[in-house]
Design a binder for this molecule. Structure first.
Ligand code: B1M
Length: 213
């Protein structure tokens, strides 16, 4: 089996040590980190999600797969965050209230750090008030919110509305992302941008700092 398929297969089966070892092997073989991520790890996670939806695997299996994903991210993190880049801006990021999914958010945070942004990661299950309070206290440039559940997406609107009442709207740019979120939804709630994956999140935040933005 090809190496990236092996990573995906072992992740789907929750074999965290094997996934970490195969990820190291892929790095040693000079496979680019974004390829390892997209075609190995995220492909495996998506397959687990499909199986979970079809009741072929259950919550503990998904948790084991998530643990395997995290062990591989520890291997990839140093490659994605390179030192010595001047700080370009400050981003406050988190998964919204009642949402415990944080793998995608963590990935976005790592890539933003790697691209030279200071990232304040509030973790998961973050209430609207906390996004606003920390963004304000830290004088952040961007608030980034992640939601993986259709039931937690409305918290994003709460944050946008609160940014308006607290006078942050327009001054602090708001980016939303996560599997059920869309560009249309971002527009509908008044967020500044939607982004569909980690690389796109970096491009989006960079675009906030460009002269024409
Ligand atoms: Co859950 N879960 N889960 N889960 N889980 C999904 C999301 C689901 C689609 C599975 C399914 O049914 N097929 C489904 C949601 C259905 C829906 O609402 N539409 C679901 C469900 C139902 C649930 C529970 C309700 C299950 C239950 O208890 N019965 C429960 C809810 C818990 C809660 O949050 N309150 C639950 C629990 C869990 C675990 C805890 C077991 C675990 C999470 C562990 C963790 O994150 N620490 C888990 C997992 C792992 C998944 C799947 C399988 C994988 C998610 C993932 O990590 N993907 C997921 C199925 C799927 O998405 N295919 C599923 C990999 C990650 C890199 O991708 O997070 O999409 P993703 O992030 C991407 C982009 O979306 C984007 O960039 C990232 C990189 O490309 N992005 C952003 C994300 N955030 C961004 C923010 C940005 C920009 C881009 O700017 C700020």
């Amino acid at each position: 089996m090809e190496l990236l398929s092996q990573i995906s297969f072992n992740l789907q089966n929750g074999f965290d040590e094997t996934v970490a070892a195969l990820t190291k092997e892929a790095v040693e073989k000079q496979i680019p980190p974004d390829e390892i991520l997209n075609n190995g790890l995220i492909a495996g996670m998506n397959a687990v999600g499909e199986k979970f939806k079809n009741h072929e695997v259950f919550l503990p299996d998904v948790l084991l797969a998530a643990r395997a994903m995290n062990s591989a991210m520890e291997v990839l993190k140093p490659l994605l965050i390179k030192g010595g880049i001047p700080i370009k801006g400050k981003v406050v990021i988190g998964s919204v209230k009642d949402d415990l999914h944080d793998i995608g958010k963590n990935l976005v945070a790592i890539l933003l750090k790697g691209a030279g942004f200071e990232v304040i990661d509030l973790g998961n299950d973050v209430p609207a008030e906390k996004f606003i309070r920390i963004a304000s206290e830290e004088n952040a440039d961007v608030i980034g919110m992640s939601a993986l559940l259709t039931t937690t997406m409305p918290v994003m609107k709460e944050v946008v509305d609160m940014a308006k009442t607290e006078g942050l709207y327009g001054r602090v740019r708001i980016m939303v992302g996560g599997a059920p979120v869309s560009k249309e939804y971002a527009l509908e709630i008044g967020a500044d941008a939607y982004s569909y994956d980690g690389a796109n999140a970096v491009e989006t935040v960079e675009s906030f700092f460009s002269k024409d933005s």
